[in-house]
Design a protein around this ligand. Structure first.
Ligand SMILES: Nc1ncnc2c1ncn2[C@@H]1O[C@H](COP(=O)(O)OP(=O)(O)OP(=O)(O)O)[C@@H](O)[C@H]1O
Ligand code: SF4
Ligand SMILES: [Mg+2]
Length: 462
């Protein structure tokens, strides 16, 4: 899967690329390697001189697997939209390689670029400004067919547009209406229908629901999920809302100041994050349960996000990292799987001291855990007693009479609350992380049943 770091400036692009190679589910459909996008900073009005560069995307590598949703999260300004634009070739890459179905696409222009654009579509954040107010919905959705007549329906184009409206849950009779006659959620559906018109294989969604009400967000997310199954789509889903990203994503990548700092499955990232930045981000996710909110251990980052024009040496997060050491200022941590971690903590993380976060159990949690254990112990004793007398009644003879003695008392259940892990608190090598500690990773049965847990539903914001 590895290939040359930079394909920019290589031999001239072929005029036309068909991109008809089938990619099986689970194989990479998009391979991104060492991707860089720097925006030059210039000085002077007439004679412009470059005095620096905004390093919006600075050496990012990842795969998008066919049929998956890869969520991308990170603070404002970390380069998420720039990454999306470079992948779409809306902005030229400064360096690095992007392969779609094995073909290098970062240097394409003309017919080759047009073919890529047909296969990789984008859904934008703002449904209020991304649709031309002077065009009817029919024209907006049908416009891609003007640009790509090769995929336009052979017969009635209006029928194809009506079908697309139907697919995204809008009344096909609305075909002659204008965008201002629709609500925000309906407009986003129009944007999605337009994105689907050319039957793309990848859709990059840049904050597709940020501008919408919570209830409408859920509808649009559900629609995206349904379309993914129906049309076998691969998504890259950029968002600020970590609960939504968890809900929709199979894997999640975390960005900080132009770099990917951690990437893994939703469970690996949300319940077993090993990068301090991810741990800080997750500790700030709104929790709907007031008791859980009181108990949780929040990491408050100090200091501002450094300028992408002048990022810190070594690890870019070091100026805000509470675990930073001398080595962090001189050595750039590579995105790699730390050998000293095990279980779900074993995923790619760009930290010299990657470690699962030990969450200190609050007094309230300890108390809850203790009383649950007591309840269980009490129950077990009573059950044993009940079980014994029932047996005696049934057989008409006591255990003593049988001479077998009482059955051995069952110990505390393996999944009981007494399974709390120990904590060393020191960064560095550690054993397989089978000890619970991350929120939602086992513990009491009640712990995993609330809204926003796993993929059970969306969490309303605070
Ligand atoms: N055309 C441009 N020229 C110069 N700098 C740019 C340009 N586009 C983006 N940037 C800079 O690149 C950095 C990354 O911007 P980008 O829009 O990709 O961030 P983002 O992660 O999408 O933020 P948000 O979450 O707010 O949408 C920012 O510092 C931004 O100012
Ligand atoms: S490499 Fe150092 S500064 Fe960077 S996240 Fe890890 S501990 Fe913090
Ligand atoms: Mg953005």
């Amino acid at each position: 899967m590895a290939h040359g770091a930079s394909a920019l400036g290589s031999a001239a692009a072929p005029e036309e690329i068909a991109f008809d190679k089938p990619v099986r589910r689970g194989e990479p459909i998009l391979e991104v390697r060492d991707l860089v996008k720097h925006f030059p900073l210039t000085k002077g009005v007439v004679f412009k001189k470059q005095v620096g560069a905004v390093k919006a995307v600075d050496g990012i590598s990842f795969d998008l697997v066919q049929g998956e949703t890869l969520g991308i999260v990170g603070e404002s300004g970390c380069g998420k939209s720039t990454l999306a634009k470079v992948l779409m070739n809306l902005e030229p890459a400064s360096a690095g390689s992007v392969r779609f179905k094995g073909e290098e696409i970062s240097h394409l222009s003309g017919a080759g670029l047009k073919a890529v654009r047909r296969n990789i579509q984008m859904v934008f954040q703002d449904p209020y400004t991304s649709l031309n107010p002077r065009m009817t919905v029919g024209d907006i959705i049908g416009e891609p067919y003007e640009i790509h007549p090769e995929v336009a329906p052979k017969g009635d184009r209006a029928k194809a547009v009506r079908d697309l409206l139907d697919v995204v849950g809008l009344n096909p009779e609305y075909i002659n209406r204008y965008p201002h006659q629709f609500s925000g959620g309906q407009r986003q559906r129009i944007g999605i229908a337009r994105g689907l018109a050319l039957k793309p294989e990848i859709i990059i969604c840049d904050e597709p629901v940020s501008a919408l009400d919570v209830s409408v967000q859920a509808q649009v997310i559900n629609l995206l999920e349904q379309l993914q199954t129906e049309f076998n789509l691969s998504y890259m889903f950029i968002a600020h809302d970590l609960s939504i990203v968890r809900h929709i994503s199979d894997r999640v990548g975390v960005m900080y100041l132009g770099k990917m700092v951690e990437i893994g499955t939703d469970l690996e990232i949300y319940d077993h994050a090993t990068h301090p930045y991810t741990q800080a981000l997750l500790s700030a996710v709104p929790v709907p349960d007031p008791t859980a909110r009181e108990d949780r251990d929040r990491i408050v980052l100090t200091g501002d996000v450094p300028s992408p024009a002048n990022p810190p040496s070594g690890c870019r997060f070091r100026t805000r990292c509470w675990k930073a050491q001398e080595r962090c200022a001189t050595e750039v941590p590579l995105l790699a799987t730390p050998s000293w971690l095990g279980g779900l903590a074993k995923h790619e993380s760009a930290c010299h001291f990657a470690a699962e976060r030990e969450i200190e159990q609050s007094a309230a949690e300890r108390e809850r855990g203790q009383s649950a254990a007591e309840r269980e112990r009490g129950q077990s004793a009573a059950e044993r007693e009940r079980g014994q007398s029932a047996t005696e009644r049934e057989s008409g003879q006591s255990a003593a009479e049988r001479g077998t003695g009482l059955p051995p008392a069952p110990g505390p259940g393996a999944d009981g609350p007494a399974a709390g892990g120990s904590s060393s608190g020191t960064p560095g090598p550690q054993g397989p992380p089978d000890a619970p500690g991350a929120p939602g990773a086992g513990g009491t049965p009640e712990a995993g049943s609330g809204p926003g847990d796993g993929k059970t539903g969306l969490t309303p914001p605070d």
